[in-house]
Design a protein around this ligand. Structure first.
Ligand code: NAD
Ligand code: USQ
Length: 382
C-alpha cells in the first residue's frame, strides 16, 4: 500500500514511517519541520540526538534498500499539500502532523491560536484534498484520549448509546478536553465525522493515550535512526519525563496529588496500531474511532514504578509533589474501553517490561545532554 505519513519527522511519525516501510508498504513522509523550529524558539532539545530528516532517510535506504519519498512543507498551504498528494498518489494518509503539546497551547493567546489554526486548518485541507482527488483514500488521523476528558462514567470508543425520553440513539461520545490543544483535536474529529457523513470519506480516528518509550525495532537499528525523546516542561510527557528525571538525579515532578489517571501505550504499540488500522480500512462513509492505549495508570503510581525500576539500576530517586500548573481533576473516575484494536490483533507491550529497555537505559545513556533548567514546568493554565 502507498502510505503518506504526515508529521513523519516527529516522535510517533518517524517510528511509524520506518515500521510501515519495514512491513513492505511504500512510504512517503510529509513534514514542515516546524517542530524543530518550535524547539529552537523555546530553546529546548530532545534528549537523544536526532539527525536531519534527509540523513535519516538516506541511512534507512543504505541499511534496508528501501526508499522513502520526502515532501517538506506545510499542510496549511493547500497548493503544496495537493501537489505532494498528486505526486505520491496515496492509498492511505496517516496524519500525525499537528502541534501536540497541551502546555504549548496554553502559553498565551498567540500559542493557542497557532495550535488551533495549524491543527484545524491543516486537517481540513487534507479532508478537501481527499474529497477532490482521492475519494477512496483512507485517512488515519491521530486524535487523543484527552478529547474525552475525565467523565464520571465509562469512556466508550467514540460513540455512546443514549436513551432519552423513551427514544434511543448512538451518538458521538461527549467531549470535555483539558487544553486548547486537546480542543483542537475535538474540532478535527467533528470535521472528519462531517466529511464522512456528507462526502462519504473513509476515516479512522485513533484516540491515542500518552505515548512512552523511544525504542522500536527500526529506530534501534542505527544511531542515525534514533527517535526524539522530549523531557522539557512543554513537550516532555509524564512517563518519559519521569525516566529522564530519574537518570539525571532530579526529583520526579508529580503535579498535585498525582491521582490524575491517564491511558498509556508503548511507542512499539503506536506503530503496530497504525499498521492494523491501515490494513483494515474504514468503509466509505464510515468514521471509525479506536481508543489507542494499552494500560491506565495514575501519575503518582507511575512515579512509584519509575522509582522502583530505577533503584534496580542503582539510582536513588525522590518523588516530589509540586503545585499543579494545570487546571484538571486530581482525584477522579477513569475507565476507558480499548477493545477495537485488541480485536484487530494488537498484542500490547506492558510498562513493567518496557521501563528499562525502552526508557531508563536510553535516559542514562544520554543524560549528559539534559538541560536541568528545562525540567520544571513553566506554563500555567491560569
Ligand atoms: P511531534 O511534535 O514529535 O511530531 C509532529 C510532527 O508534525 C513534527 O515533525 C512537525 O514538524 C509536524 N507538523 C506539525 N504541524 C505541521 C504542519 N502544519 N504541516 C506539516 N507538518 C507539521 O508530535 P508526536 O508526539 O509525534 O505526535 C504526533 C501526533 O500524535 C499528534 O497529532 C499528537 O496529537 C498525537 N498524539 C501524540 C501523543 C504523544 O504522547 N506523543 C499521544 C497522543 C496523541
Ligand atoms: N504530569 C505530571 N508531571 C509531569 C508531567 C505531567 O504529573 O511532569 C501529569 C499532567 O498534569 C497530566 C498527566 O500527567 O495530568 C499527563 O500529562 P502529559 O504531559 O504526559 O500528557 P498530555 O498533556 O495529556 O499530552 C500528551 C501528549 C499529547 C497527547 C496526550 C494524550 O503531549 O499530544 O494528545 O498526551 S492524552 O493525555 O491521553 O490526551
Amino acid at each position: 500500500m502507498k502510505v503518506l505519513v504526515i508529521g513523519g519527522d516527529g516522535y510517533c511519525g518517524w517510528a511509524t514511517a520506518l515500521h510501515l516501510a519495514n512491513r513492505g508498504h511504500q512510504v512517503g513522509i510529509l513534514d514542515s519541520l516546524v517542530r524543530r523550529h518550535w524547539d529552537n524558539e523555546l530553546q529546548i532539545s530532545t534528549l537523544t540526538p536526532i539527525a536531519s530528516i534527509q540523513q535519516r532517510i538516506q541511512r534507512w535506504k543504505d541499511l534496508t534498500g528501501k526508499a522513502i519519498d520526502l515532501f517538506i512543507g506545510d499542510i496549511c498551504n493547500y497548493d503544496f499539500l495537493l501537489k505532494s498528494l498528486l505526486t505520491f498518489q496515496p492509498d492511505a494518509i496517516v496524519h500525525f502532523g499537528e502541534q501536540r503539546s497541551a502546555p504549548f497551547s496554553m502559553i498565551d493567546r498567540e500559542h493557542a491560536v497557532l495550535t488551533q489554526s495549524n491543527n484545524v486548518i491543516g486537517n481540513l485541507n487534507i479532508l478537501y484534498a481527499i474529497k477532490e482527488n482521492f475519494p477512496d483514500c483512507h485517512l488515519v488521523k491521530l486524535g487523543t484520549m484527552g478529547e474525552y476528558g475525565t467523565p464520571n462514567i465509562d469512556i466508550e470508543e467514540g460513540y455512546i448509546t443514549i436513551e432519552h425520553n423513551g427514544r434511543k440513539d448512538t451518538l458521538p461520545y461527549p467531549k470535555q478536553p483539558g487544553s486548547f490543544y486537546h480542543l483542537s483535536k475535538v474540532h478535527d474529529s467533528h470535521n472528519i465525522h462531517f466529511a464522512c457523513r456528507v462526502w462519504g470519506l473513509r476515516a479512522t480516528d485513533l484516540n491515542q493515550g500518552v505515548v512512552y518509550g523511544v525504542l522500536t525495532d527500526e529506530t534501534g537499528m542505527d544511531e542515525l535512526l534514533i527517535n526524539r525523546l522530549d523531557y522539557d516542561g512543554v513537550y516532555g510527557t509524564a512517563l518519559n519525563r519521569f525516566c529522564i528525571q530519574a537518570a539525571v538525579g532530579h526529583p520526579l515532578t508529580v503535579y498535585g496529588s498525582g491521582g490524575q489517571t491517564r491511558a498509556f501505550l508503548d511507542i512499539r504499540d503506536t506503530v503496530r496500531c497504525v499498521e492494523l488500522a491501515i490494513e483494515k480500512p474504514a468503509d466509505p462513509g464510515e468514521f471509525r474511532v479506536f481508543n489507542q492505549f494499552t494500560e491506565m495508570f495514575n501519575v503518582g503510581d507511575l512515579a512509584k514504578q519509575v522509582q522502583k525500576a530505577s533503584e534496580s539500576m542503582g539510582l536513588k530517586v525522590e518523588i516530589q509533589h509540586i503545585e499543579n500548573p494545570r487546571v484538571e481533576k486530581e482525584e477522579h473516575y477513569f475507565n476507558a474501553k480499548n477493545t477495537n484494536l485488541l480485536d484487530l490483533g494488537l498484542q500490547p507491550h506492558l510498562l513493567s517490561d518496557s521501563l528499562l529497555d525502552s526508557l531508563l537505559n536510553f535516559a542514562t545513556k544520554y543524560k549528559h545532554r539534559a538541560d536541568l533548567n528545562e525540567i520544571m514546568p513553566r506554563v500555567k493554565w491560569k
